[in-house]
Write a protein that binds this ligand. Structure first.
Ligand code: TIU
Length: 227
């Protein structure tokens, strides 16, 4: 496999063709705040154990992307310590056990550079990989992601991470409107609400791929055998 070669994998609703040199993997918010007890996800009343299950698959996907020299991008949902980038509507929504900025067992919830805001150790970014801190659910909103992709000539995106119907889906829809062809790796994404994960996969690839494509990691790994 060379980086300029056009590659095609089995995907839904149709095969997905991309060129490694113009492809990025975007791993959304694989942070302790969502995956471990005591963070933002649990404060909202969620069972966080469902998210930890995908860590080995995301690790395998990252290994594949690194091996094939894709651009690798990690995002973190996070806010400034003074909450200047956290709209009151976000902080005050619902009745969580603890709000954004409150102190929990992993430090201040969803605050940049606090222990709980870090990406889980197994999936830690390597030197040279982009890490995008985002105050919203979407990875493009109020970040430099669009410019980083444009300056590298990226046209195709693989998405993984959590949660499927919140930050992953929002980011994929933002990418779609910006003209990227995007594929969601089915077993490298998870939701606290499994039915919402399934619904998101169905929505993304419905109507001929109205948002993009989906495929399991195995569809990518088969490339190793066929090239
Ligand atoms: N609550 C929930 O499902 N997700 C989030 O708040 N953020 C992300 O999806 N990263």
């Amino acid at each position: 496999m060379t980086s300029a070669q056009m590659l095609t994998i089995d995907a839904q609703p149709s095969p997905f063709t991309f060129e490694a040199a113009k492809t990025a993997l975007i791993v959304i918010d694989m942070q302790r705040d969502f995956i471990e007890p005591g963070g933002f996800g649990e404060s909202l009343g969620n069972d966080v154990s469902l998210l930890a299950e995908i860590v080995p698959t995301v690790a395998d996907l990252l290994a594949f992307a690194r091996l094939h020299d894709w651009l690798v991008i990690h995002t973190r949902e996070s806010h400034a310590a003074d909450l200047s980038d956290c709209p009151p509507a976000k902080r005050l929504r619902g009745a969580p056990n603890a709000r954004i900025g409150d102190t929990g067992p992993m430090g201040r919830i969803l605050i940049r550079d606090e222990p709980g805001n870090a990406i889980v150790d197994t999936l830690a970014p390597l030197a040279g990989e982009l890490v995008i801190d985002k105050p919203g659910k979407g990875a493009f909103y109020a970040t430099r992601l669009g410019e980083e992709l444009a300056m590298r000539g990226i046209t195709h995106l693989f998405f993984a991470g959590v949660t499927t119907e919140v930050c992953v889906q929002t980011s994929m829809r933002e990418a779609n409107d910006r003209g990227y062809d995007s594929l969601l790796v089915e077993d490298a994404t998870a939701s606290y609400i499994p039915a919402f994960k399934q619904a998101t996969l169905d929505m993304v690839r419905s109507q001929g791929g109205i948002v993009g494509w989906t495929a399991p990691l195995s569809a990518l790994l088969q490339l190793e055998e066929t090239h």
